[in-house]
Design a protein around this ligand. Sequence first.
Ligand code: FAD
Length: 477
Amino acid sequence: MKLHVKATAALKRRLGAKVDVSPDGRWAASFDSSKISFLPEAVITPQVEKDIGAVLELANVHRVPVTVRGRGTTLTGAAAPVQGGWVIDMRRLKRVRIDADAGMAHVDAGATNAAVQNAAAAKGWFYPPDPSSKEYCTIGGNIACNAGGMHGGKYGVTRDFVIALRGFLPTGEYVEWGTATKKFSAGFNLRDLWIGSEGMLGIVTGAVLKLIPQPATRWTLLTAFKDEVAALKAARVLFRARVQPAICEFLDRESVVCAERATGKSVFPGQAGRAVILLEFAGGVSEIAELKIPVLAWAQAEALASKEARDRDEAEELWAVRRKCSGAMFELGDAKLNEDIVVPMRNYEKFARFLTRLKRTSKLHVPTFGHLADGNLHVNIMYHRGNPSETRAAEKAVQLLMVTVVSLGGAISGEHGIGLAKTPFLRIQHRPAQVKAMQAVKQALDPRGILNPGKMFDVVRIWKYQKLQVKLPWDHK
Ligand SMILES: Cc1cc2nc3c(=O)[nH]c(=O)nc-3n(C[C@H](O)[C@H](O)[C@H](O)COP(=O)(O)OP(=O)(O)OC[C@H]3O[C@@H](n4cnc5c(N)ncnc54)[C@H](O)[C@@H]3O)c2cc1C
């Protein structure tokens, strides 16, 4: 890895104590949730936005790689400084202001998603994009990855809530894409180009986000099914009836068994080990009361059993089990390839049958759960790192998964992005002309290639790297 000693000295002269070159500081910024570590030379924690422009100007002069870091919760390696250089840590830029009249949040990029949700809720507004990492991940990171969450199917993902952005081009020039108005048709829409660009086309310093009114009430229903095909077919029947749950979470039988072992409780008492769908409906009081009639009729016709939460405490008990399932999977292997693929609804049952075959032929556990309202499923290929035949089977399985997903009209990632982890599959999703167009955009905005280099286009098999043995605050117990 090339060192930039002179450039780092110049950076320290310019920004002083905001530049950390200590071994501990550099180590902490060397990895994200993928736990693959690449040591940067310096970490800059800006206190004001214009510091970022100064860092980028110097980086362009000296050709230093720069990686911007929200909180490092990405699972793809997108925030790991794979070519060293400097890391910009956004944690100090975190103001949140709610415009309660306009229904907008004015947010600095380093504010957490939960801070925005809480500030909005305090004024009767709702910010629906809700990654499970919301207590930690930042709005800047959410924008860079186009993060989603359980609410995606009904309300949409981060992209659907961004009104305007401000920040810096890779060259260090300050830009604003849009203003705090709900309509804006003046010029090319580069705001949307930044959303999902994984810190490669610019650094977001602030955003104006759209809010919607808080729903008056919520109703939670748990349903159990014979198997995965039955569950996914039932979900299609529900959507065909024009019913829109706010959340529609599916857990396959392996995920349910893991959660049950981890908690010592049945996910659905009396239906142990069954595939389940956990539904939440949100809206006005009379709207929800009316919805209960067709939804309960659907459950009666399609499910083996269903169970309503009588109040928020009971609903919370049901959700607590869902939250356990991801961490609980590590009893099936010490390593997992965690893929956040998307399947179009018309192919749900075909995909369920494919998964059954994949588990059988790979001889691996592949617990799968996810959001049925938008087809974003988390497929977890579990294996033991020390076992070469399991490792080979996992690599083969992930390749087959990606090819199948794309052939079914789906996507290799619905919310996590490409980073390093999905680079081997980018060209399964995109034709050569599409990749070339993306590279041309990168070249146009970042002619010196300094912003988050080595991501997206270079093929990196992340599972071949040694993982750090470190526990992060958001790791499951
Ligand atoms: C337990 C857990 C649960 C998760 N659940 C979900 C989920 O439900 N839905 C989901 O979508 N994701 C989920 N994730 C993934 C992750 O939390 C999201 O991708 C999140 O958006 C990353 O935010 P961050 O602030 O941690 O960004 P980081 O991890 O620091 O960075 C991610 C990428 O964004 C870039 N970036 C960060 N800040 C900026 C900025 N200001 N300007 C430009 N680029 C920037 C980085 O360079 C990097 O490429 C989960 C992760 C964990 C660990």
